[in-house]
Design a protein around this ligand. Structure first.
Ligand SMILES: NC(=O)C1=CN([C@@H]2O[C@H](COP(=O)(O)OP(=O)(O)OC[C@H]3O[C@@H](n4cnc5c(N)ncnc54)[C@H](OP(=O)(O)O)[C@@H]3O)[C@@H](O)[C@H]2O)C=CC1
Ligand SMILES: N[C@@H](CC(=O)OP(=O)(O)O)C(=O)O
Length: 371
């Protein structure tokens, strides 16, 4: 990782700090160069306890020493008044109301939850792909009742969507629109939070259904890869990739892997003849994100690492490369039905969740949206 230093510390809070994503936020932010963990929030079950007592810590690093004894708060804005930014790893059943209350209290909310991803005023940003969607924030603030000076909600994507949109964005940049995309996922159990999928359902098994996941992948991809356009009323709207329709079909499966979502992807380009597998490999390798170019400290040097070995990427071997901040692609080859097929691996709790939120907040700092 690399990056610009910010001139002063920025106090941050974490909502859902005891959960799978919340723990990853803590592990990643413990030594951040300018974000300082100042407040932790979770449910009433955890509030009032010291963090080390409230949490079932499942990370491979110890709880950072300055966090162990922090007292967990209820997720109410008044307990986070000294923070400028909150990261949310809240359960979607409660995220909607709580995140809205924090926005109303003039906090910048970076959310992992699904609740606001479809909101026409809320950017859905995968920081390795569509940082241009930050342009929606001033409008979100202005349209809020009452208008806001500092508060906003920005979401990152579903973890499986995140893995696939990074190579798709790289390929559209190099070769123009993709027309069709078929995806089959093999998703890790940590994607279901803690304690998540019962062991008797997942050990020695594959579950060919994850509620709501296929619809989210098919819809979110269009919002992320589409641009921003202006309506007749002069307001910005997300164009949902409408200029060049992209048809997507996703099939989602839960597999007995702890961390790292693997996805088999086949695509057809609008461009005829389509690029060769070698041209695709080169375009994926050459792709760099705005987040890296702008010096965000958590940005991966290799946005996409392309494996040449026939049997990679694999979750156990590749999920922690660059601290899980990039995506790994392998097996780029011709598809006899569409044009090209490949395998992508993304760490669902890192770039699929906490790392994306942190990178989005770093982009917001670089772009002067938070200070
Ligand atoms: N895991 C993953 O790979 C990904 C998850 N996400 C999304 O991120 C969010 C968090 O997921 P994950 O960490 O897996 O979930 P977990 O179930 O592991 O954690 C949920 C968190 O929400 C808190 N919470 C639950 N109820 C309340 C409440 N009433 N008030 C305040 N806090 C509450 C819990 O606190 P307590 O411990 O006190 O109950 C806990 O901190 C979800 O919206 C999920 O869909 C997105 C992308 C990937
Ligand atoms: N459903 C995803 C994780 C998740 O929570 O997704 P979302 O934030 O879109 O609800 C998985 O099980 O792997």
């Amino acid at each position: 990782m690399h990056g610009n230093e910010h001139s002063r510390e920025i106090k941050i809070g974490i909502l859902g700090a005891t959960g799978t994503v919340g723990q990853r936020f803590i592990a990643l932010l413990a030594k951040h160069s300018y974000f300082v963990i100042h407040a932790l929030g979770a449910s009433q079950r955890s509030a009032g306890k010291r963090y080390a007592q409230a949490v079932q810590w499942k990370q491979t690093v110890p709880i950072p020493s300055h966090v162990r004894d922090m007292v967990v708060k209820e997720c109410k804005p008044e307990h986070f008044a000294e923070c400028s930014v909150v990261f949310s790893g809240l359960d979607a059943d409660v995220a909607g109301e709580i995140e809205d209350a924090f926005r109303r209290a003039e906090l910048a909310v970076f959310s992992n939850a699904k609740n606001y991803r479809r909101d026409p005023a809320v950017p859905l940003i995968v920081p390795l792909v569509n940082s241009s969607h930050f342009a929606m924030i001033p409008q979100q603030r202005a349209q809020h009742d009452p208008p806001l000076q500092k508060g906003f909600i920005l979401t990152n994507a579903n973890c499986s969507t995140t893995g696939v949109v990074v190579p798709l964005a790289a390929l559209e940049k190099a070769f123009g629109p993709i027309e069709s995309c078929m995806i089959t996922t093999m998703q890790a159990i940590s994607g279901a939070g803690y304690p998540g999928v019962p062991s008797l359902d997942i050990v020695d098994n594959v579950v060919p259904y994850i509620s709501g996941e296929e619809e989210k992948m098919e819809w979110e991809t269009l919002k992320i890869l589409g641009g921003l356009t202006e309506g007749d009323d002069g307001l910005k709207v997300f164009d949902m990739h409408a200029k060049s329709p992209l048809r997507i079909s996703a099939s989602c499966n839960r597999v007995p892997v702890v961390e790292g979502h693997t996805e088999c992807v086949s695509i057809r380009f609008a461009k005829r003849p389509p690029p060769s597998p070698q041209q695709v490999r080169e375009a994926l390798t050459a792709y760099t994100s705005d987040a890296y170019a702008l010096g965000c400290p958590s940005a991966p040097r290799h946005t996409i690492f392309v494996h040449e070995e026939a049997d990679r990427p694999q979750p156990r071997l590749d999920r922690d490369y660059q601290m899980g901040a990039g995506v790994s692609v392998g097996r780029v080859r011709q598809c006899r039905v569409l044009d090209i097929k490949f395998v992508v691996l993304a760490n669902n709790v890192a770039i699929g969740a906490a790392t994306s939120s942190i990178l989005n907040a770093e982009l917001a700092v670089v772009k002067g949206i938070i200070s």
